[in-house]
Design a protein around this ligand. Structure first.
Ligand SMILES: O=C(O)c1ccccc1N[C@@H]1O[C@H](COP(=O)(O)O)[C@@H](O)[C@H]1O
Length: 211
């Protein structure tokens, strides 16, 4: 399963989290987030990691030029769109990016009808990410989606579950839902951008216990 740990800002933490088993790391490119990390610092982390590890830049309503420039500087392999980017924007971004860059579209699930938004993106992105809705925050909220709302969710694209996942609730989530990947940030953190490696260890222990 894809395990993405998001909100990295420190090279030693990134390396340790990969050693523990993460295959995907996320970097917040949203300037107003307390987890923001500039492109040059992402690059320093990215080039220290094995090439097989996904390096995901998280963007929200950035311009095409900002995203393409950051992808090049930071050596990203994936772009996560966490704002209100339209299907047409995704098409144009696809044209603007190198062909091997993965496009992940995040959806903030407020009610079951929020899932209807997914349809228009299926031919335009590679991966879906379902996160919790919060009225003031775009992401990193620590809030869970009502998993009941996702019971009937199926997709032709791989999808990742995000939103308030922790070592304590991950196995409950995975017993109810069968995502292709999981994405954790605040649930394995001491403070925004400062990961708690003990919690990351607990996460992988929990995941190993059900394999
Ligand atoms: O983490 C942030 O600060 C952030 C800012 C803007 C957009 C997305 C952000 N994070 C995303 O939030 C989810 C996980 O959050 P949590 O586990 O509930 O804390 C994940 O997809 C991050 O990429």
């Amino acid at each position: 399963m894809r395990v993405k740990i998001c909100g990295l800002t420190q090279v030693n933490q990134a390396q340790e989290i990969v050693t523990q088993g993460a295959n995907s790391l996320g970097f917040i490119c949203v300037e107003r987030s307390p987890r923001y990390i500039p492109p040059e610092k992402i690059k320093a982390i990215a080039i220290s990691l094995p090439s097989k590890i996904d390096k995901v830049g998280v963007f929200a309503d950035h311009s095409l030029a900002e995203i393409t420039k950051t992808v090049a500087i930071a050596r990203l392999t994936s772009v996560q769109l966490h704002g209100a980017e339209s299907p047409d924007f995704c098409d144009r971004l696809r044209q603007a990016l190198p062909p091997n860059i993965e496009l992940i579209k995040a959806f903030r699930i407020k009610t079951p009808t929020s899932l209807e938004d997914v349809e228009a993106y299926l031919d335009r992105v590679d991966t879906l990410l379902l996160d919790a809705y919060h009225p003031q925050m775009l992401g990193g909220t620590g809030h869970t989606i009502d998993w009941q709302d996702l019971q009937q969710f199926h997709s032709s694209l791989p999808w990742m579950l995000a939103g308030g996942l922790t070592p304590d609730n991950i196995n409950d989530a995975l017993s109810r839902l069968k995502p292709d990947g999981i994405d954790l940030s605040s649930g394995v953190e001491r403070a925004p951008g400062d990961k708690d490696l003990t919690k990351v260890t607990q996460l992988f222990e929990k995941l190993a216990s059900v394999r």
